[in-house]
Design a protein around this ligand. Structure first.
Ligand code: IYR
Length: 220
């Protein structure tokens, strides 16, 4: 079916911010995000009710290819399911760290201190498993899927950080075990696992830095 009719339009929403206020707000936003760190040691402190819902709402407001919103966010709290995910992820990750990864890749990871062990899949009180949604019985063919889901995840991480929650972006590879354990249809493809919670009192993070603005920003 094709459609040539003009799309239904409405006035663009206004979001008025005076110039001086704009400078303050964007600086505050950047300051707030710049203290975000990926955390690997989670306490059992629970996630406040309602926070995940609003954070996923923020993610769902992201722009996407043809506005097809090709994402699904599966929240896992059940300890048994978290254990199954950990076992499966560690199987793949052991393979990665011991065989699949190149020396160059392992050298790049060394400053982060990561290895095949993924205890945070069990210790974090919640996991948000993000899936790409491809063409299927109830989903159309999407476009720019990785870009779209990446933008949505950016919104999600920023929202959770805003709520004071720590997150980790975990990328086991391959991720097909996610479909099986979480009983997701095959048009859904694992994109990322995001453990969410609060750091333990003893949690440490590697000393790393972000590139300064003058290195990443070019006015052309
Ligand atoms: N997926 C593995 C390895 C890994 C890869 C990158 I690139 C990282 O920044 C961190 C880890 C893992 O999750 O450990």
């Amino acid at each position: 079916m094709t459609s040539n009719s003009a799309p239904l339009m409405q006035p663009a929403p206004r979001y008025p911010v005076p110039a001086e206020e704009a400078r303050l707000r964007v600086r505050d936003f950047a300051d707030g995000l710049s203290v975000r760190r990926t955390v690997r040691d989670f306490s059992d402190r629970p996630i406040p009710d309602g926070v995940i819902e609003q954070a996923v709402r923020a993610a769902g407001s992201a722009p996407s290819g043809a506005n097809l919103q090709p994402w699904r966010f599966v929240v896992v709290t059940d300890p048994q399911v978290r254990r199954a995910l950990r076992t499966a992820a560690e199987t793949e990750e052991r393979e990665f760290y011991q065989r699949r990864a190149s020396r160059e890749w392992l050298d790049a990871l060394a400053p982060l201190g990561t290895d095949w062990r993924k205890p945070f899949l069990e210790t974090a009180p919640g996991l948000i498993v993000v899936f790409e949604v491809h063409k299927g019985p109830s989903s159309p063919k999407p476009y720019y899927v990785k870009e779209s889901v990446g933008i949505a995840v950016g919104f999600l991480l920023a929202a959770l950080h805003q709520a004071g929650l720590a997150t980790l972006t975990h990328t086991p590879s391959p991720m097909r075990f996610l479909n099986q354990i979480l009983q997701r249809p095959q048009e859904e493809r694992g994109y990322l696992i995001i453990p969410v919670g609060y750091p333990t009192d003893e949690a440490q993070v590697p000393v790393i830095d972000k590139k300064p603005l003058r290195e990443i920003l070019v006015w052309s």
